[in-house]
Design a protein around this ligand. Structure first.
Ligand code: PLP
Length: 461
């Protein structure tokens, strides 16, 4: 006997048939989703009542009145009021494979009949071991970068783990360098690093952060020199005090600002020369450019010390070199992720391996170009938007002058009209899309842009 009972059970024809039936039935219901539609009148009141109580309980309104029903098909998602919307923000990148992707549902079913509901650092399944290995292979595919990969439950927690191992290694250095407009999540530590005072209002200061200017595409050389001088002045002022510099290679929440290889290499090399650890937050960029990691896209694999991912990968993870290995018990957590999420992440990685997504001729670049070309033409013809901006499947534009309130009002109107987007940045504020590229074709982009352009032309927002 060379099989566990668990494997025998999963392969058992009774389980396989039951699973097949469930997937078949789901596919039948999904096939009824053929486009956007307004709410079902009879469900409206109940939906509004649930929303009202939910928002009261959680002490804050939701960005959009969104409560999913639990079913979707590719870029379409059904809400609990029966409406169907185009989801072009994908839960800020979480539903990257669209809604109810059959392979992900299938892996979730397998996980649902397994023992552990949520895995943690004391008890895990072989899926966690397999995922860790696969993630390391992906991160090292352009050349060896990392020796270790540590799974965790959220994007910001993978960042916290990165910070902890870095501070421990660099102790007693405790200053951090970061770029203007950066965003890294909402724990106490990262509230300090985010370049947005409103995100740390009333919170105590933990360690000193110095923000320096990000890359300016209008002046690549000048901005590289200016940033380098700013960092150099700070390092001279605080010798030996900087533990790390935080890099978000495509600024996400800040407004989809990409960087540039020379810029990053220059700054990272300076960090290396001065004993400052190079930390790369890939939570929003992972799986969204023409290479899986943004540090691969920019050709930086020889300069990165620690990186972390989240969102698209479902399970989040921190990657680090041997020399950054933590002392025992620095890291650990009761929850890593649900078994279904871990198995879902494996399915996603397998799908990426098999699909034609990455590379200059891959689907990400093709759809990105298709959407940007249309946005560019619209901008030229009408002057109603600035842009497009962004890179890969991270695409955004500025409606009008980019006034915060007006852009948010635009996003809300777009939501009402059946397209889910989100704002990013301020001064100017933008409308952003995170394309669920495995689940869409050009025709979906056409439909989303038609609704978007009609709303822009109407000026009714
Ligand atoms: C660059 C970046 N880092 C970290 C985070 C935090 O991730 P999470 O919300 O999963 O904690 C985000 C979330 O938007 C992000 O965009």
């Amino acid at each position: 006997m060379n099989k566990t009972l668990a494997d025998q059970f999963l392969e058992d024809s009774s389980y396989q048939q039951a699973k097949g039936k469930i997937l078949e039935s789901l596919a039948e219901y999904q096939s009824r989703i053929t486009g956007i539609r307004p709410p079902i009148a009879e469900l409206r009141q109940k939906y509004e009542d649930i929303l009202e109580v939910f928002q009261k309980h959680r002490a804050g309104t939701l960005i959009f009145p969104y409560l999913g029903s639990g079913i979707g098909a590719g870029p379409f998602v059904e809400l609990a009021d029966g409406s169907i919307k185009y989801d072009f923000i994908a839960g800020i990148g979480v539903y990257q494979f669209g809604h109810c992707h059959p392979e992900i549902v299938a892996s979730s079913l397998d996980a649902a009949v397994k023992d552990t509901l949520i895995q943690g650092h004391v008890q895990q399944t072989t899926a966690s071991a397999e995922l860790t290995g696969k993630l390391l292979n992906l991160a090292n595919r352009e050349g060896h970068v990392f020796d270790h990969c540590y799974l965790t439950s959220s994007g910001v927690m993978s960042g916290e783990n990165a910070l902890k191992i870095t501070f421990q290694k660099k102790s007693p250095a405790k200053r951090i360098l970061a770029f203007n407009r950066c965003f890294a999540g909402r724990t106490l530590a990262f509230s300090q690093i985010n370049d947005k005072p409103a995100l740390r209002e009333g919170l105590p200061e933990y360690f000193p952060i110095d923000h320096v200017p990000f890359f300016d595409p209008e002046d690549p050389e000048g901005s590289t020199n200016a940033t380098l001088s700013a960092i150099d002045a700070l390092v001279e002022e605080h010798p030996g005090e900087y533990a790390a510099m935080f890099f978000e290679l495509v600024q996400g929440e800040g407004g989809f600002y990409p960087g540039n290889t020379d810029f990053f290499r220059t700054i990272m090399q300076y960090c290396k020369d001065h004993g400052i650890a190079v930390l790369v937050d890939e939570v929003q960029t992972f799986g969204r450019l023409s290479k899986p990691f943004a540090f691969q896209y920019y050709g930086l694999h020889d300069l990165v010390d620690v990186a972390w991912i989240g969102k698209a990968s479902q399970v989040c993870a921190t990657f680090f070199k041997e020399s950054f290995s933590p002392k025992p018990i620095l890291l650990g957590q009761t929850y890593t992720a649900a078994t279904s999420v871990i198995e879902g992440a494996l399915t996603i990685l397998n799908h990426w391996e098999q699909g034609d997504y990455f590379g200059d001729q891959g689907k990400i670049e093709a759809l990105s170009k298709y959407m940007r070309d249309q946005l560019k033409s619209f901008a030229n013809e009408t002057g109603l938007i600035e842009g497009p901006f962004g890179i890969g499947s991270m695409i955004c534009f500025t409606p009008g002058e980019g006034d915060n309130a007006r852009v948010f009002s635009f996003a809300k109107k777009l939501f009402e009209q059946g397209v889910i987007s989100l704002t990013a940045g301020s001064d100017p504020s933008k409308i952003r899309f995170l394309l669920p590229y495995p689940a869409i074709e050009e025709q979906h982009i056409d439909e989303v842009l038609k609704i978007t352009f009609d709303l822009l032309r109407s000026g009714d927002f």
